[in-house]
Design a protein around this ligand. Structure first.
Ligand code: PLP
Length: 384
């Protein structure tokens, strides 16, 4: 069967073995480290779990590439394995990276501490101010790295300009698109070279595995695979099958979460006691117009502040009953946290406050529960 061209059909059919193995409609788990094979000329193609070359890996690689409309895909042991291995594959000591100033905490640490220790330099950029980037280039600048939506303020940089700028200056453009998922935004269609995901979040969607992906230009994904093969950041076949299963409902989940998050953001914006809501789907968001042009949905994550500061935020969270009080995003369960105490707790306080991640900021990752039940829960928590 040939996959259709629409993303919902690709989620089900793209990359699947034809004919299906023993007729199995769901992909079986190939829980075998080794495979008897004829001579394989290239070491990196030998079927072996660490080399990400089992049938479970092959299906995911083809499906993920099809979803992003890109040339090639690769799964990794975690989102951080995808990010760190990609950066290590594109940069060597003495090289220089332009990087967005507001990043996922793990990426921030890896770039500012670990890459620095290896002699790889970086300069932060304001992803909204494309005019300022050329002045920050050096003759050793090799790549530019951004995120589709920043966490937890959901800012949307000038992403089209990032891909254009990279092309003009011979840089590799890299984007962590975890918060958007390919349902809402496909960076390769806008000229990005490498798209990175924490599949732990929306792509799997069920909070039961850790996984990552690198998707994009075939030559660059090949380079990342060689490094990954040696660093050992492969995805276990059992986790592959769970990710594969999660992917099939990606469109259903993410579209519902888009709608639900927008309704909750609109409700919060008009609620007494709420000071500010950050969600790119709101007309009040500074990047709403850009987000509407680029994205087909605004995602399931939003953040907000209440009147009454950190104490009110703590009380609100304590008084909710449906959300789980924990980090991470993108699962079917609604999750609530204060980034200053969780995802961004490691960050220098002055840096955190400069970026607007205040102590009273609450982040919500909207799951697939009934929107009305969530709003009722939040209304009760606001009143108490
Ligand atoms: N990128 C983003 C935007 C994230 O939010 C996270 C985790 O929260 C990661 C990457 C790291 O993913 P993982 O936990 O799968 O390594």
């Amino acid at each position: 069967m040939k996959p259709g061209t629409r993303i919902e059909t690709k989620l089900i059919h793209a990359g699947e073995p034809e004919p299906r193995i023993e007729g199995a409609v769901a992909m079986p788990v190939f829980q075998s480290t080794l495979y008897e094979t004829a001579h394989v000329p290239d070491y990196h193609d030998i079927p072996y779990i660490r080399l990400n070359t089992t049938p479970n890996h092959a299906v995911l690689h083809a499906k993920l590439a099809a979803l992003e409309n890109a040339e090639a895909g690769l799964v990794t042991a975690s989102g951080m394995a995808a990010i760190s291995t990609s950066l290590l594959s594109m940069l060597k000591p003495g090289d220089h990276l332009l990087v967005q100033d507001c990043l996922y905490g793990g990426t921030f640490d890896f770039i500012t501490r670990d890459l620095s220790e290896l002699g790889i330099q970086y300069t932060f950029i304001d992803a909204n101010d494309s005019g300022s980037w050329a002045g920050l280039l050096s003759d050793r600048t090799r790549a530019i790295y951004v995120e589709t939506m920043t966490n937890p303020l959901l800012q949307v940089g000038d992403l089209a300009a990032v891909a254009r700028f990279a092309r003009e200056h011979g840089l590799v453009s890299m984007i962590d698109s975890t918060f958007a998922s390919p349902i809402n935004f496909r960076p390769a269609e806008h000229g990005f070279d490498l798209v990175l995901h924490s599949c732990t979040k929306y792509l799997n969607g069920h909070s039961d595995i850790v996984a990552g992906a690198v998707i994009g230009r075939r030559d660059l994904v090949g380079k990342v695979k060689h490094k990954l093969d040696l660093l050992g950041g492969c995805l276990d076949p059992h986790a592959c099958v769970l990710l594969h299963r999660g992917l099939k409902t990606l469109a259903l989940r993410v579209r519902y979460q888009n709608e639900s998050a927008l309704k909750i953001a609109r409700w919060l914006e008009t609620s007494k006691g709420v000071k500010r809501v950050n969600y790119a789907g709101l007309e009040s968001h500074p990047h709403h117009t850009r987000a509407r042009e680029l994205f087909s949905g605004f995602g399931g994550v939003l953040s907000f502040q209440l009147e009454g500061g950190a104490e009110a935020a703590a009380r609100f969270i304590e008084n909710t009953t449906l959300p789980f009080r924990t980090v991470s995003v993108g699962g079917v369960e609604t999750l609530i946290t204060r980034p200053a105490l969780s995802s961004h707790a490691e960050m220098d306080e002055a840096d955190r406050l400069r970026l607007g991640i205040t102590d009273d900021l609450i982040r919500l990752s909207v799951g697939v529960e009934a929107t009305e039940d969530l709003i009722e829960d939040f209304e009760r928590a606001l009143q108490s």
